[in-house]
Structure formats: C-alpha cells, structure tokens
Design a protein around this ligand. Sequence first.
Ligand code: GLA
Length: 402
Amino acid sequence: MRVPRTAWVAVLTVLAALALLGASGNPRPVYDNGLARTPPMGWNDYNAHGLDVTEDVIRHSADLLVTSGLRDAGYVYVNVDDGWMAGSRDAGGNLRADPARFPHGIRALADYVHARGLRLGVYADAGVRTCGGLPGSLGHERQDARQFAAWGVDYLKYDNCYAGPGCDQTSCDHGDEVAARERYAAMRDALADAGRPIVFSLCNWGAERVWAWGPGYGNLWRTTADLAPTYASLLAVFHATVGLGGYAGPGGWNDPDMLEVGNGMTATEDRAELSLWAAMAAPLIAGADLATAGAATLADLANPGVIAVDQDPLGRPARLISAAGGLDVLARPLANGDVAVVLFNETGTAATITTGAARAGAPAAARYTLHDLWAGTTATTTGPIAATVPAHGAAMFRVAKG
Ligand code: GLA
C-alpha cells in the first residue's frame, strides 16, 4: 500500500515531538552553554572543611587530585564552596576574596588550578547573603558574572539562602521571597553574557520542583537538602532523586549532592553511594579530605567501570525496575547498547537480588557477558543476573550482548 506523503509528515512530526518530551512527559528545553554534556566531575571542599576553606586547602587539594590519579580519572573541577569571600564588597561593589584566607585572590588560584590541567569553581548565592552570611549576588548578577569570568572561573555553584530583599533567615515566611526561578534566570542570563563558558550549578535544594524547569536554566540542579555522611541520608536522597531521571540528560543533570564517600560511612555504603550516583547520572563531586583519604576511598572514586557508566554519552539516567522489600534493581541503557545494572540492598541483612538481562532492557541475545564493576570479574549468562548483596550494599554490572 502506498502511504500518502502527508501521512508520513504527520507521523514524523509526532515522532519529533515525542523525542522532545522527557520520560516525564514534559518538554526538556536544555540550557545550552555547550557544557556538561556528561555529568560534571570534580572535588569540593565543603563536605570535609565546612566554611573553613583557605587558598592553601584548595591548592593542596588540586595537587592531590593530580598525584592521586583522580584528575586523570575525570575529576577535573576544583570547586571552592562558601567561605571564600570577604564580609563586604569593595568600594566598586565587587565581590572580593577574604584577604586572610585567600591572600592571593581568585585570579591567582584559577591560574594555579589551570596550570595543573584542572578547572576552578566558585560559590555564590542567589539571595542577599550566602548561607554562611557573606555577600549575596541578588541585584549584582551582571557584575558578579563578569567578575567570575574575568578571574577565569569555570563553574559556579549558586546557592539559595536569604532569598530576597528583607529576608534575614534562610527561608522567608513573610512574603518577601523572590521565586528561585526568577533569581536563577537572572544569573543564567548574566553568565551567558559574561564571555566565558561557566558550568551553572543550581543549589536550591529541590525547591519549586526545580527539576521541571532546571534543564532550561542550568547544567545541574540539586534535588534535595544537603546529603550527610550517613546511610539514612544516602537512602533519603536516593529515594527523592531516582524517579526524576526523565528530566535529566546531556547538558542538564539531577544533582543528589556532593559525594560523602570517605567521610564516615562503611566501605560497603560508600560503594553503594558511588553505584547509585553513577546509575542516576549524577555529578561526581568528591567531598573527602584528599589529604587524609585512604587508599580504598581513592581507588573506589577512581573505579573506571563505574565512572564510564556515570559518564556514558547517551546520558540516560537509570530507572528503578523493581524495588520489592527494599531490594532494588536499577537499569541504565548505555550508548554502545550495553546496559548498566545496579542491585541495591536497602535492608539490614544480606540478600540475593535477581533480575534478567531482557528485563533490564538489554537487546535479545543467546548469551551476555556480565562485567562485575566492583569485583573486576567477568562471567557469562543466558539472561539471569543475580548477586548476594550485603546489607546497605550494591552490586554493579555492565551487561554486554554476546
Ligand atoms: C548550603 C548548600 C551546601 C553548602 C552550604 C554552604 O547548605 O546546600 O551545599 O554550599 O550551603 O554554606
């Protein structure tokens, strides 16, 4: 039968429209600054040092990213969090670094970091003050974006404290708050005009359903309040984020917060966090103190198979395909046709978790190769995938046809 041309045009139009819709059913307008085609990777001082950050800590950490091999594994952003600014702007209204903590200033720090093949991130706030009480960028967006660009900054984490004129607490309850969406748009547009590509990280803790509009505003958006180095926090942040995969993709990512690997959870829980973050295509921003991190922490962070899943160019986050009794199976399609599978045991006792290659979305085949990304072993299967997983642990496989 000959199909009329108009019918083909109609079919193609519908297909194109569907392609623009995320799994969420929402259009996904991507903020296109050409950056973060895969989730950003790097290190940030906050989880290890809080507000007590100095130029020496940042320089030393940059050196350690190089000598530990983490830079070459992909951890290239060195992000300075809250605490770097002086308590007031200069006479010209410019942000300035705290002269005692950062005596050589941010430009010199950017040069230091760039000379080591790394990139520099800084932190600012979309309200009147940072969460640590330092100057906010509300009303100064253009001036600050130009300043960051002039300093050679490559990444901006933009927080959400003191969110409007008159707000003197982190969340306003007296009607003065300016919507995050409006304040983040102002900095997005200021960065676009600042003349330097800068990754834009939205940190409004999942407020205002940021995942629904974040893709048109920035390269990553926090989905929850701060992650803490506890298993309970890991579980809560995972649960809040895993269903949002349809909103993320190349150029814009769900951010379940910086890694707590090496900061106090068990080795099993640390590996579970890395497995889940990689499956969800989360940014991998290490948060351990690199000066004291143990060899196991560094080796886990650098696991090449896990990183390859996180950084897969298809950019499709995993879906939770079963979750019976706290035994979770996540599956993520990969660019070369392989599938990543995570078997996560949320419970307090070891358990066997089972799924199948077809169920996980692998193409039909008589046989599959199972790469166990933590054990470093390889096995074959006709379809079944199973592992005995310790309490709070995760097994992670890359499943290849043949
Ligand atoms: C907020 C953010 C954290 C960190 C602190 C700094 O809590 O969510 O990630 O940046 O502020 O004060």
